[in-house]
Design a binder for this molecule. Structure first.
Ligand code: NAD
Length: 496
């Protein structure tokens, strides 16, 4: 049974709770894991606090911290198949997709390993002859790392690697639906030589196991990836003790498509942008904003091709996309589609629950396209986080930018056009954290990831994603100290 990992030891939950993890593809039992409560969260926080305060990790020289991350990267590659299988069992996604995730995770550890190894402070010019000034980077301290189920280990890696590299200690709480790769990661961190107490793992439900992580005064920072509603709660919780917060929240990402774009490239990218991982991607291109003159040609073909995408479980070699994560999540997606239709959207394909064959055992939902959408519909401006593409049209560039920016979110967006000038102008005017030009989805660990607006606070990846886990500290040295003489009266009669 998967257990909690606290202060370098595997342990059952203090109150004996357990949870069954079931595959969303067929409902089969994957495994039982311990289910933590506040008691366990508090033990884990105490361990992380003690490990930080005695300096067992924060005082390790930066090159050694970086070297440890590189060893973890090697172990991730050694155990790539085991990790990918565990991710697939929990999420229902294809093994090939999980393997790509593991390679991305390895690259993330490598990149932060190199960055951490070479991270140093800087001297600052004071303009004063007898003063030396330098800025160094201290670790933030004890971090609560709370992660979602859609890319379980990937989202975890984006936090764990920089936290370790910066010299922090942490308590990780992965999604209660997908705990297994986080469990394996703890094994690998220990094998790589991370001291006990630096990395701690609690498993369990959000508010119960994760709640104390955002309120306990011994925690210095909350780094969270998940939904907007949870992000708001955590930010409010963190306010009382003025914790640092880093939030990666949702997105409602526009795919701006001009009529002059290469047709096949555009159609293919729209399909991948929204239907990859059944739309359970924070940066999914869920809103197609297409030039009016190209609408019929593009949408007719999207509808035809979306219906040919093969849904199935990970054991079926023909599968192209898997199930949604849970029954509750599928109900949420269904409700958004029903509301959209009630508000006037036209259902062009999908929009039903498969009831026959193997698909009936899992939480499948087919690629769905809603045409004739407008910005006031909930399905357009709220995140359904499912395989649902909404279609809106624009008349000119200004109109396209207005529609694409008309969202409280601001995570990612794409523009497709044969005219580079058009692409550059749209990219410059979009208010989103990542913009793709004639492409959709790629990212690299060296480039910052995060959102404008309600898509979050702070950045992951890149140098900024490392800096989230650091406190810059300015150290000033007077090399020829002497009295300032600022208060001359105070020296009168003192005999000096
Ligand atoms: P969620 O907010 O329901 O849960 C995320 C995590 O928070 C889970 O571990 C959950 O147990 C925990 N949690 C929930 N309530 C909590 C509480 N009160 N206190 C402490 N922890 C709590 O999100 P989800 O459904 O797991 O993930 C989907 C969401 O994640 C989507 O909105 C998606 O856009 C977002 N996401 C964003 C990014 C990004 O990079 N911006 C990446 C992946 C996913």
């Amino acid at each position: 049974m998967g257990q909690l990992y606290i202060d370098g030891a595997w342990t059952d939950a203090a109150e004996g709770g357990t949870r069954e993890i079931r595959s969303p593809a067929d409902g089969q039992l994957v495994a039982e894991v311990s289910e933590a409560t506040a008691v366990d969260a508090e033990r884990a926080i105490a361990a992380a606090r003690a490990a930080f305060d005695d300096g067992r990790w924060s005082t390790v020289p930066a090159p050694e911290r970086g070297a440890l991350l590189l060893r973890v990267a090697d172990l991730l590659q050694r155990d790539r198949s085991r990790l990918a299988l565990a991710e697939t069992r929990d999420t229902g996604k294809r093994v090939a997709e999980s393997e790509i995730d593991m390679d991305d995770i390895t690259n993330c550890f490598r990149w932060f390993g190199h960055l951490a190894a070479t991270d140093d402070g800087r001297l600052v010019e004071t303009g004063i002859a007898n003063a030396r000034s330098k800025v160094v980077h201290d670790p933030v301290g004890v971090c609560a790392l709370i992660t979602p189920w859609n890319y379980p280990l990937l989202q975890t890696a984006w936090k764990v690697a920089p936290a370790i590299g910066a010299g922090c200690t942490f308590v990780l709480k992965p999604s209660e639906l997908t705990p297994h790769t986080a469990i394996i990661l703890m094994e690998l961190l220990a094998e790589a030589g991370l001291p006990a107490g630096v990395a701690n793992l609690v498993l369990g439900a959000g508010a119960t196991a994760g709640g104390p992580l955002s309120t306990d005064p011994r925690v210095d920072m909350v780094s969270f990836t998940g939904g907007l509603a949870t992000g708001r709660i955590l930010m409010a919780n963190a306010a009382a003790t003025v914790k640092k917060v880093a939030l990666e929240l949702g997105g409602k990402n526009p795919f701006v498509l001009f009529a002059d774009a290469d047709h096949e490239t555009a159609v293919d990218n729209v399909l991948t942008g929204i239907f990859l991982h059944s739309g359970q991607v924070c940066s999914a291109g869920a809103r197609l904003v297409v030039e009016e003159s190209a609408h019929d040609r593009i949408v007719d073909e999207l509808v035809e091709r979306a219906q040919r995408i093969v849904m199935g479980g990970p054991d079926d070699p023909g599968t192209e996309t898997g199930p949604l994560i849970s029954a509750a999540h599928r109900e949420k997606v269904e409700a958004y589609v029903a509301k959209g239709i009630a508000e006037g959207a036209v259902l062009r394909c999908g929009g039903y629950r498969p009831t026959e064959g193997a698909l009936a055992d899992g939480y499948f939902y087919p690629p769905t396209i809603l045409d004739g959408c407008t910005q006031d519909m909930d399905v357009v401006h709220e995140e359904s986080f499912g395989p649902v593409l909404t279609v809106e049209t624009f008349t000119d560039l200004d109109d396209a930018v207005r529609i694409a920016n008309d969202t409280e979110y601001g995570l990612a967006g794409a523009v497709f056009s044969a005219d580079q000038g058009t692409c550059e102008e749209v990219a410059a005017r979009l208010r989103h954290g990542t913009i793709w030009i004639n492409d959709f989805g790629p990212y690299v660990p060296a480039a910052e990831w995060g959102g404008f607006g309600h898509s979050g606070v702070g950045r992951e990846l890149g140098r900024a994603g490392f800096a989230e886990y650091q406190e810059p500290k300015h150290i000033w040295t007077n090399t020829r100290p002497g009295p300032t003489g600022w208060f001359p009266s105070s020296t009168q009669g003192s005999g000096s």
